[in-house]
Write a protein that binds this ligand. Structure first.
Ligand code: C6P
Length: 416
């Protein structure tokens, strides 16, 4: 089979040179092959330098001081918010709230919108392929408020069962919350269809964009979710900063999340009034350097081009599935390459996923093994764990060839 090489789409070597960590050795003589970008991505020098510059030259608290550094830091922080807003085509920067990560963004919605708007007996629809971050916050709220949780099933090929979804909508859910792309199966869910169906039955929609926003263009005005959440660290940015995008009317009517500095308008000893969005939801000193680094990550991704990143990942995942399927005893979970992003979760018959990951690590290949924070999905697949190789803009065909060779080595060690 003839493959378009990722090198035909992107200058992979040039991109790899931007990521200092990719040139390190894991141990003497063993180079790093990083295939764990679904867990967190590596950071280009452009992001590292931007954060370093900030700490060297502009470090100050924001929204408080009137000295030069404070004003510069505030401007850089708010500039980053603008970059995020334009990246997802948000109508206004005010609709972009900085949180710590996807998990905190979902908890924010559950604890503010959910607590204020939902009442006993209300139905929430999730899917069987959710990450724990889009499961536990709703389970906690359901226990507190006596809500009913329902789940769109995943079929044997890793697709959501939309007929069953239609039935669930007859229950009149108040919220439909689903992952845009599965972190295990790689399935890219038909987010627009799911959103339209939910909204025409009167439900609010939250899209978990942790695995979609970093990998292909996501336009909130085209998709029209009520909420979209994602994390900087999965898109070449630093850890410690994430995003909650929301529709303005909803954000305005939601009560605040955490109380403290920056989220208030005025304070008396026994009462307070809160600030307007986005500050209403940003109590305390935020991750300033990280937000600024996030802005640099967005610049970097836009410079490379999200369309091209998606096209390159498509080539990689197609090649990976093809090569893995040739290895006797290897099962790859999830849909056809055309319907997924750069994720391949697999098992090698007779070898536990943790052992596979350990042997691969011996060859410098970093993958994740376990349940990937999606235990119910693994239960559904009837497996205790899987090994997962995932791909991003700095990966090449040769990384996948090394992965396959290492899988063969694992089989040899286990005499399979
Ligand atoms: N998945 C993985 O290895 P945080 O940790 O808050 O940045 O992201 C949580 C999260 C939410 N939704 C999806 C679909 C995700 O994939 C993740 C993070 C990583 O699969 C770390 S557990």
């Amino acid at each position: 089979m003839e493959f378009v090489k990722p090198e035909d789409i992107l200058d992979i070597e040039g991109i790899q040179a931007d990521f200092p960590i990719l040139s390190r050795e894991v141990r003497p003589g063993v180079g790093l092959v990083y295939l764990d970008s679904t867990a967190t991505t590596q950071k280009p020098i452009q992001v590292i330098s931007k954060m370093d510059d900030y700490y060297r030259m502009a470090n100050a608290n924001i929204h408080r001081g009137i000295h030069t550094l404070a004003e510069e830091a505030t401007a850089l922080f708010e500039e980053a918010r603008g970059k995020v807003a334009r990246f997802i085509n948000a109508p206004s920067e005010k609709q972009v709230i900085f949180t710590r990560n996807t998990t905190e963004s979902i908890n924010l919605v559950a604890q503010t919108w959910g607590r204020a708007m939902l009442k006993s007996g209300d139905v929430i629809v999730l899917t069987e392929m959710e990450h724990h971050s889009n499961l536990i916050p709703w389970q906690m709220l359901a226990a507190e408020k006596n809500l009913q949780l329902e789940f769109i099933p995943v079929d044997a090929d890793g697709y959501l069962d939309l007929d069953e979804y239609e039935h669930l909508l007859n229950l009149g859910p108040k919220l439909v919350s689903f992952t845009h792309m599965s972190n295990v199966l790689g399935t890219i869910n038909p987010a627009k269809v799911i959103t339209q169906m939910a909204q025409s039955s009167g439900a609010i929609v939250l899209i978990d964009g942790a695995q979609s926003v970093p990998h292909f263009p996501v336009d909130v005005q085209a998709l029209n979710p009520d909420f979209l959440v994602f994390s900087a660290h999965k898109m070449c940015g630093p850890t410690g900063v994430g995003v909650l995008y929301g529709k303005k009317t909803l954000l305005d009517e939601m009560p605040p999340f955490l109380g403290g500095g920056d989220m208030i308008k005025s304070v008396e000893l026994r009462s307070f009034s809160f600030n307007a969005v986005p500050h209403k939801f940003e109590a305390g000193t935020p991750a300033i350097a990280e937000a600024i680094g996030f802005g640099a990550a967005i610049d970097y991704l836009q410079y490379i081009g999200l369309d091209r990143i998606a096209a390159q990942e498509q080539v990689l995942v197609e090649y990976a599935i093809e090569r893995m399927s040739e290895v006797p005893g290897v099962t790859v979970y999830g849909p056809a390459a055309k319907d997924r992003g750069g994720v391949t979760s697999f098992n090698v018959q007779g070898i536990h996923a943790h052992d596979v990951a350990q042997i691969l690590d011996g060859d410098g290949i970093a993958i994740r093994a376990g349940h990937h924070c999606a235990m119910p999905l693994h239960e559904k697949l009837n497996i205790p764990a899987s090994a997962r190789a995932s791909y991003y803009l700095y990966n090449s065909i040769s990384d996948i060839d090394k992965l396959i060779n290492s899988i063969y080595r694992a089989k040899k060690i286990f005499k399979i």
